[in-house]
Design a binder for this molecule. Structure first.
Ligand code: ADP
Ligand code: MG
Ligand code: ZN
Length: 485
């Protein structure tokens, strides 16, 4: 009997607040000198008290609504006890029995079909500090001492806990990608795995012969989507092998070693009893209330999946095009602004997928920093529609607009392509370029040895090709002649 993989994910999103969750320290800690972004509250000096950051609550509620969760009327904090150097209070303020949001779902697309992954709940919690293990030779292991940096301690996180509803690495990746997109649409988190503003704990098990859930393993320390895929594939194979050989699996926490490409046992999984959860008496329960939730619900932007559907129905785009254009909210906005200039949606979509995409890639920038305003691209596309510019000319014009940060009009002038024809200085430049590349022919003509005029014709032909046929042949002929003599 084939055992089926079962996967449940815990995603931590670092929320985009200005300050930490329970104190006034800045949340802009990346790159700061270690232990400078701290205060008595986040350092757990005895006698200090936490004060809840209401913006964090708002962002968590927003996320919960985006995940189709019910927002709980009564929510409160608990203390989760464990002793570790990155946690100065020796307990983490988190939520346990009364999280902010429960019972949601996310629809994902994987393996050629749609699937609903249920979200068990979303809760708020504070982040821990960071341990640094310096080695004299720069190796990753074998440090003889550790350093601790509390700058990140107390940062607001919302943890999204899924039901064990995924059955393949592909589904897990699709789920994470969907949550990341949601977080960015809602502007609640950067959702960057590289910088740690999105972190994932992976739980995986194999079904038993009777179909029930098997013993699960939790994998930590995975820092990219590719690594999550690799870790899952490794772990599924490992568990299958242990069971095939008649062994037993332990419920444990394993660490992913990205270099070796293996998971290693870290510790047996703590049960909840080990954490001795207590109600956090220093923080009052929060009662969000329907009015508060209604206001936040009304402030929500269009959700990515709704935009995806609307782009297909409103602009007659293919599902692939719509998927591409709605991947980032900013790209979708740019596209719609382009269309609102009166350019045909299909053409706008095509320009964005081909030319704009390529230029963003070449410049290494995002659509936010693309120097050509959407209205200008819209007008450019309209010029192509009206056959005032050929496609090739329009591409050149766009390149000039981006490079020189000029208006459409100026770029058209610089390219010398107004009215669809290359004239003036642009044409002279093209002729000079051909002369430079054919010094022999130029010399022959100038020395009077081109009796039949074949070399002149040859040069004229090259100029026509250089200008991609958009120069007037008669003008080219006279310009070549006058410039030769
Ligand atoms: P804990 O509090 O110990 O982390 P939870 O019950 O909160 O445990 O579950 C954590 C995650 O583990 C959830 O995302 C859940 O979907 C997942 N999970 C639970 N059981 C299994 C299982 N048998 N296989 C895979 N994932 C599981
Ligand atoms: Mg957990
Ligand atoms: Zn602080």
């Amino acid at each position: 009997m084939k055992r089926e993989p079962v996967i449940g994910l815990e995603i931590h999103l670092q929320l985009k607040t200005k300050t930490k969750l329970f104190c006034g320290c800045s949340s802009d800690y990346i790159g700061a000198i270690p232990n400078t972004n701290v205060c008595p509250v986040c350092l757990a000096v005895p006698g200090t008290l936490p004060i809840l950051n209401d913006h964090a609550v708002e962002l968590a509620v927003k996320t919960g609504l985006g995940l189709h969760c019910s927002i709980c009327d009564n929510t409160r904090f608990h203390r989760k006890h464990y002793f570790y150097a990155d946690l100065p209070k020796a307990y983490q303020i988190t939520q346990y029995e009364h999280p902010i949001a429960v019972k949601g779902y996310v629809d994902i697309f994987a393996g050629g079909k749609e699937k609903r992954v249920r979200v068990h709940h979303l809760h708020l919690e504070e982040d821990a500090g960071k341990l640094v293990h310096p080695t004299s030779d720069g190796r990753l292991t074998g440090a003889s001492y550790s350093l601790v940096d509390y700058n990140r301690g107390g940062m607001p996180l919302s943890e999204i806990v899924s039901e064990p509803d995924m059955n393949s690495a592909e589904e897990a990746i699709a789920y994470i990608t969907q949550i990341r997109q949601l977080a960015r649409y809602l502007d609640v988190s950067d959702g960057e795995m590289e910088s740690g503003s999105l972190r994932v704990d992976v739980n995986v098990s194999l079904t038993r012969p009777d179909g029930s859930l098997g013993t699960r393993v939790e994998i930590k320390n995975i820092n990219s989507l590719t690594s999550i895929e690799r870790a899952l594939e490794y772990e599924i194979a490992r568990q299958n092998k242990v069971l095939d050989e008649g062994g037993h699996l332990a419920q444990e926490t394993r660490l992913w070693d990205d270099v070796a490409g293996v998971t290693r046992s870290m510790r047996s999984k703590e049960g909840d009893r080990d954490y001795r959860y207590y109600v956090e008496m220093d923080l009052a329960p929060i009662s969000a209330g329907p009015e508060y939730v209604r206001k936040i619900r009304e402030s929500l932007p269009e959700m990515p999946w709704d935009k995806r559907e609307r782009f297909i129905s409103e602009y007659s785009l293919s599902p692939e095009e719509s998927l591409h254009l709605t991947e980032q909210r900013e790209t979708a906005d740019y596209f719609e602004a382009c269309v609102s200039e009166g350019a045909p949606p299909a053409k706008c979509a095509n320009w964005m997928r081909m030319e704009v995409q390529r230029m963003l890639h070449d410049y290494g920038i995002g659509i936010n920093n693309f120097p050509v305003p959407s209205a200008e691209l819209g007008k450019l596309i309209i010029k192509v529609e009206k056959r005032e510019l050929s496609n090739t000319q329009a591409k050149d014009v766009l390149a000039v607009m981006a490079e020189k940060k000029t208006s459409l009009e100026d770029a058209v002038r610089i390219c010398g392509v107004s009215g669809g024809k290359i004239t003036g200085t642009a044409l002279e430049e093209a002729v000079m370029k051909i002369f430079d590349s054919e010094p022999e022919a130029v010399k022959t003509i100038r020395e009077g040895n081109d009796k039949k005029g074949a070399k002149v014709k040859f040069l004229q032909g090259l100029v026509m090709r250089e200008t991609r046929g958009s120069a007037d042949p008669a003008e080219v002929a006279s310009l070549v002649n006058s410039m030769l003599h």
